[in-house]
Design a binder for this molecule. Structure first.
Ligand SMILES: NC(=O)c1ccc[n+]([C@@H]2O[C@H](COP(=O)([O-])OP(=O)(O)OC[C@H]3O[C@@H](n4cnc5c(N)ncnc54)[C@H](O)[C@@H]3O)[C@@H](O)[C@H]2O)c1
Length: 318
């Protein structure tokens, strides 16, 4: 049985990934998570509540920046590194913290991989690295023009991966996620925020005129791409977009959310936010060819699944 270390495993994508890996019966999964206070620990505990009875699951409550915490975990074959300070806007307020966790934390984890002879390392990168590059859809070779400390920290993480791959023979695959949504989604992200506001009959803060667009990807599709990268061996360093290859305007997203919950939103318009890019749109042929990646969940289906999770979570955690 392969032993996978998932950093940030109690978070949104990490817990969905852990669930999928455990269900295969092929993997022993250890999650390390410090239950960072960016959003309530209650949601993270809820994300992983069903895993504790699985004998192939273990949780280390610890920080990736602390080698002592990492050294509690032994016998790892592959690292899937998702732990990060996420979110573009707060990274502008606290660049030190974002750069420390996302860059220094990644470096410490790469050193742990080197010291423990772990040869496969998957890294959660982000579409935000393309920044204000207007040439869409974005392909992996495109110029990177990040416009937030968060985005810059992801570029740095990718480059550190190149260094460690070159110096120490660690296969490093950076997967660039594009606005992921689904059960367990972070409460700061648009879809979750919109459902919460509509449910509570509160106004939805809308930044800009509604024409900004995002390539929303359902978390099961992202997770399938990550799981496929576990077996990727054709090169020692690779960068791969995991988007949906469909971009949706903010105005259309709000309509789709209204349709899902059968209620109208109250719109509260604000100016565009510094750090926010106007569009994201992934070219995904590389992921299709290298990982057999095939994002197949429509926005309507994905929103339905999210809404079911949302009702269950908030009725249990009122
Ligand atoms: N959700 C998206 O749309 C999206 C898009 C692009 C990239 N990403 C990246 O994917 C990864 C997962 O994102 P998510 O949306 O699941 O976020 P999340 O915040 O739900 O998950 C991250 C987890 O990392 C943990 N963490 C933070 N700092 C840590 C530390 N120092 N040590 C140990 N654990 C720590 C947090 O407690 C959290 O549970 C992140 O690297 C994020 O930057 C996410």
């Amino acid at each position: 049985m392969k032993h996978i270390l998932v950093t940030g495993g109690a978070g949104f994508i990490g817990s969905n990934l852990t669930q999928t890996l455990l269900l295969t019966g092929k993997y022993k999964v250890t999650c390390i998570d410090n239950f960072d206070d960016f959003y309530p620990a209650a949601q993270k505990n809820w994300n992983i509540k069903d895993f504790h009875q699985n004998p192939h699951f273990s949780l280390v409550h610890g920080d990736i920046r602390n080698p002592e915490d990492l050294n509690k975990i032994q016998g790892v074959d592959t690292i899937i590194h998702l732990a990060a300070k996420a979110g573009v806007r707060p990274s502008i307020e606290s660049p030190d913290l974002y750069l420390d966790v996302n860059i220094n934390g990644t470096r410490i984890l790469l050193d742990y991989a080197r010291e423990n002879d772990i040869k496969q390392f998957l890294f959660a990168s982000s579409s935000s690295v393309y920044g204000v590059n207007e040439n869409v859809p974005w392909i992996e070779e495109d110029p990177l023009l990040p416009i937030s400390p968060y985005a810059a920290s992801k570029v740095a993480g990718e480059m550190l991966g190149h260094v460690y791959s070159h110096l120490y023979g660690i296969r490093f695959i950076a997967l660039r996620f594009f606005t992921v949504y689904g059960p367990g989604q972070r409460p700061d992200l648009a879809i979750h925020k919109f459902f919460r506001a509509i449910a509570n009959e509160q106004p939805i803060p809308v930044y800009g005129d509604g024409t900004t667009s995002r390539d929303y990807t359902f978390v099961d599709d992202t997770v399938k791409g990550i799981a496929a990268a576990l077996d990727y061996t054709r090169s020692d360093f690779e960068i791969i977009n995991l988007g949906n290859h469909r971009t949706i305007t903010l105005a259309n997203l709000i309509e789709a959310v209204e349709d899902t919950c059968g209620k109208k939103a109250i719109i509260d318009r604000h100016a565009e936010q510094p750090g926010d890019v106007s569009q994201t749109y992934a070219e995904i042929s590389k992921a299709q060819e290298y990982l057999g990646y095939d994002p197949s969940t429509s926005l309507e289906e994905g929103l339905d699944v999210f809404y079911n999770w949302f009702k269950e979570f908030y009725s249990a955690n009122a």
